[in-house]
Design a protein around this ligand. Structure first.
Ligand SMILES: Nc1nc2c(c(=O)[nH]1)N[C@H]1C(S)=C(S)[C@@H](COP(=O)(O)OP(=O)(O)OC[C@H]3O[C@@H](n4cnc5c(=O)[nH]c(N)nc54)[C@H](O)[C@@H]3O)O[C@H]1N2
Ligand SMILES: Nc1nc2c(c(=O)[nH]1)N[C@H]1C(S)=C(S)[C@@H](COP(=O)(O)OP(=O)(O)OC[C@H]3O[C@@H](n4cnc5c(=O)[nH]c(N)nc54)[C@H](O)[C@@H]3O)O[C@H]1N2
Ligand code: SF4
Ligand SMILES: [Mo]
Length: 741
């Protein structure tokens, strides 16, 4: 948009020219004044600045090398526990997130029809005035709850929530129900904590259920797993696909999708009926040790073999190996556990397996539930309490989904309620750091929801698909150009600070939200003068200066006090293998088998899953990452492809109940015969992404919407597709849709 360098032009550039572009030397040098003031840069604008990556939500610590006022290299900060000196490929390509020629660098106001992509540049004054007046108009006409707010986890999430709750709306969409609701609710109900920490130091046996750690990267944990494997730990990996993690595993179990809980329940059966559990631990710390044998009796390995396709003796052997490793066994909780409507049960079984191995409280055990809410040592600006809200939440929590924590919510249900207008009609949507048009299942349905809106505003750094369909686009400064609030990790509070000055008119979210709040009449919730003042207020109780933090990259925090008493934050104070809460809500109190739907004879399970070089739907336009990406293709088992007369590289049409996509075929042995796989993040609608537009196809177009009734998770593997050869090329998709006026 702002500068036109097409993908083809970029590929034509030689290595040196590409490197020069990557280093931003087309752009004027803009070394960060704050870094100069802190003495981190010399007079020439050269130096090293500690900050934090934002290419994904793991947020590794980084050190940016600045030369002549431009960022030229990003490296992992050895002093940060998430990076330990390393950045993954996306993190290393992060300078191109800042220097992307498609960056949106001024506020934009739509002038054409929604989806047509016609915008005019506007001043911040005008764009913020317009956004505030539209939001207030909606509030006046329909009530504050008619404004929907959505964002993905970010360091300014609390300020985002301040706008939403102070404005008076309970309608909150986050990425969580598309991601980890099953894991979080299962661990909350079983252990009373959201997500236990993993400890690989002594691990001998690791069971991973669709957690593709070698591609869906968390730099520190991915390297901890690698080191554990290097020193002989055994990894057993369940995935219908042969991923990079499968290639590092001692055993790859190509399980039938949706059948994981049958496999795990049979493991529990073997362990409890043969008295292989850590009895002392189980008796002392869990509820349910009396009844578990009876509850699990029917889940024999022979029973599970029929469901999972895994031989009974393999399941039995793996259960015995797991139990033999005792507290050095780890059943990994997983991350994106939004696969089927029974994914909560998979997670309950995983939670149970960990308790049975006694790995939880013991020194050196592989799972730690001793995870306290971090950050209590930091202060924040004062603010009044939020106004009372009485409107029902459109996403059905808690009135339809009683066990889904309010902060997780059920985003896909919120989207559906916008379309049905039940229990009431929403009219406006404020979005930040999120691309719901691609992230939610069934893209056409999401576009239908957008068509219902009187007003949509999006805060992003590039013209993502959601911005493309918005009325106002507010450009945030990139993560290398701004401050965010400090992030506490393992007893230290880390800083994100500008490495260069923001380009164009881009501003930090701390600035944007404060400006908007003042126009909305809720400025009391934003009592800071600027970004540095916000951080200074955070640092006050620590007695550390901002200057010191800028230089070191972090501030030490006082150790959190622990009372030494071992209880779990569940109703019984113990680990609840048997849950009265689940029973009272009308669900099985034990982990249980629930048969998910399966594809018909001529259909395939459609799988999704991350690739190492991209983050979800937001990095395909990054020219450095693009350069190293394979062309996105539909994986199909090579034998099945041959049986159907399909050859590698053929164009195929993939159809589900809700959508259609054309994509090239990859015939491979690395997938089960009843599955196909598409990488997420392609088939963008926005022509404002000149590198990514026209590449591949979107799996979100195909995904059907199904919700796990207990956790509220979207069932992303529960879409079944037909595949046939087509002469049509990529021109069929993506197909821009214009929405109303
Ligand atoms: N490079 C990179 N790293 C990332 C991200 C990224 O976008 N890119 N995103 C981050 C985020 S937000 C998340 S949530 C994590 C996600 O990390 P993961 O939890 O590993 O999630 P995915 O990669 O989405 O899916 C993992 C695997 O699940 C398999 N699968 C699908 N259905 C089933 C099933 O029914 N059973 C079993 N056993 N397996 C199944 C898929 O084939 C896929 O290989 O990654 C994080 N790290
Ligand atoms: N088909 C399919 N659907 C999925 C998944 C899948 O694997 N396949 N995965 C699910 C999972 S695990 C998750 S977590 C969700 C993720 O869903 P989303 O959070 O919607 O996905 P992202 O692509 O990470 O969107 C991030 C947006 O933030 C923008 N952005 C990047 N940096 C900044 C910044 O500094 N400031 C601002 N304001 N914006 C910025 C990006 O341009 C992008 O538009 O998707 C879920 N949906
Ligand atoms: S895992 Fe990679 S992309 Fe995510 S924060 Fe770390 S370096 Fe950045
Ligand atoms: Mo996620």
């Amino acid at each position: 948009m702002t500068q036109s360098l097409s993908r083809r032009d970029f590929l034509k550039l030689g290595g040196a020219a590409a490197a020069a572009l990557a280093a931003g030397s087309f752009l004027p040098p803009r070394a960060a004044q704050a870094a100069r003031d802190a003495g981190l840069l010399d007079a020439n604008g050269d130096g090293y600045i500690p900050s934090m990556c934002e290419m994904c939500v793991w947020r590794c610590g980084l050190i940016a090398k600045v030369k002549d006022g431009r960022v030229v290299k990003l490296d992992g900060n050895p002093e940060h526990p998430h990076s330990k000196g390393n950045l993954c490929p996306r993190g290393q390509a992060g300078l191109m997130n800042t220097y992307d020629p498609d960056r949106v660098l001024t506020p934009l106001i739509r002038v054409g029809r929604r989806g047509e992509g016609k915008f005019r540049k506007a001043s911040w004054e005008e764009a913020l005035d317009l956004t505030a007046s539209k939001m207030l108009e909606i509030k006046e006409k329909y009530g504050a709850e008619a404004m929907v707010f959505s964002t993905t986890h970010c360091l300014t999430q609390q300020q985002f929530e301040n706008i939403m709750y102070a404005f008076g709306s309970p309608n909150y969409g986050t990425q969580r129900s598309l991601c980890f609701n099953a894991m979080i609710t299962a661990f909350l109900l079983t252990y009373g904590i959201e997500e236990p920490a993993r400890n690989y130091e002594n691990v001998e046996f690791i069971l991973m259920v669709g957690r593709n750690m070698m591609e869906a990267i968390s730099t520190s944990e991915t390297s901890e797993l690698s080191h554990a494997i290097d020193r002989g730990a055994k990894l057993v990996y369940l995935d219908p696909r042969y991923t990079k993690t499968a290639s590092k595993a001692a055993e790859w179990i190509p399980i039938r999708p949706g059948a994981d809980s049958a496999f795990l329940l049979a493991m529990i059966n073997v362990i409890v009926l043969n008295d292989l559990a850590d009895c002392e631990f189980v008796k002392q710390y869990t509820v349910g040790c009396d009844g578990i044998q009876d509850a699990m009796r029917r889940y024999t390995p022979e029973w599970a073999e029929k469901i999972t396709g895994v031989p009974a003796d393999t399941i039995e052997r793996i259960a015995r190996e797991y139990a033999a490793a005792k507290h050095c066994a780890l059943a990994h909780p997983g991350w994106r556990t939004s696969n089927f409507v029974n994914s909560f049960q998979t997670e309950r079984a995983i939670a149970t397996l960990n308790a049975l191995s006694g790995n939880v409280l013991i020194e050196g055990g592989c799972l730690s539930t001793d995870v306290t809410e971090e950050g209590s040592g930091l202060a924040k600006p004062p603010q009044p309490p939020y106004p009372r809200m009485s409107a029902l939440r459109l996403d059905g929590t808690p009135w339809k989904y009683p066990l889904v924590p309010l902060k997780l919510g059920v985003f896909q249900e919120l989207r559906d309620a916008i379309i049905t207008g039940e229990p009431y009609q929403a009219h406006g949507w404020f979005i930040s750091r999120q691309n719901p048009i691609q992230a939610l299942p069934d893209r056409n349905k999401t576009l239908e929801a957008f068509a219902k809106m009187d007003f949509v505003a999006t805060v992003d750094i590039i013209m993502n698909d959601t911005a493309w369909y918005s009325d106002v686009v507010l450009p945030e400064a990139s993560y290398l150009e701004r401050y965010d609030p400090l992030l506490p990790v393992d007893g230290k509070a880390y800083i994100r600070q500008p490495v260069i000055e923001p380009q164009g008119e881009a501003k930090s979210a701390l600035w944007i939200y404060k400006q908007l709040s003042e126009r909305l009449g809720i400025g009391d919730y934003f009592q800071y003068t600027d970004e540095e003042d916000y951080i200074r207020q955070q640092l006050k109780p620590l007695g550390v200066s901002l200057e010191e933090v800028k230089e070191k990259g972090y501030a030490e925090m006082p150790e959190e006090e622990k009372n030494g008493e071992i209880t779990f934050n569940t109703p019984s104070g113990k680990i609840e293998l048997y849950s009265e809460t689940l029973k009272n809500a009308g669900f099985s109190p034990w982990p249980t088998w629930e048969e998910p739907p399966a594809p018909a004879e001529n259909e395939f399970y459609l799988l999704t899953g991350k690739v190492a070089q991209h983050t979800q739907f937001g990095t395909q336009n990054n020219q450095l990452l693009h350069k190293y990406s394979d062309e996105p293709r539909l994986w199909m088992n090579a034998k099945i492809a041959a049986d159907r007369g399909l050859a590698d590289g053929d164009w195929v049409e993939v159809t589900s109940k809700v959508g259609r996509a054309n994509i090239r075929l990859l015939a491979t042995e690395a997938i089960r015969s009843d599955c196909v796989y598409m990488a997420p993040g392609y088939g963008h609608l926005s022509k404002g992404l000149t590198t990514a537009f026209g590449l591949g196809a979107s799996d979100s177009v195909l995904h059907e919407t199904y919700t796990d009734p207990i956790s509220g998770g979207q069932a992303l593997s529960q879409t079944f597709v037909k595949v046939k050869k087509t002469a049509d090329g990529p021109a069929e998709t993506p197909k821009p849709l214009y929405l109303g006026e």
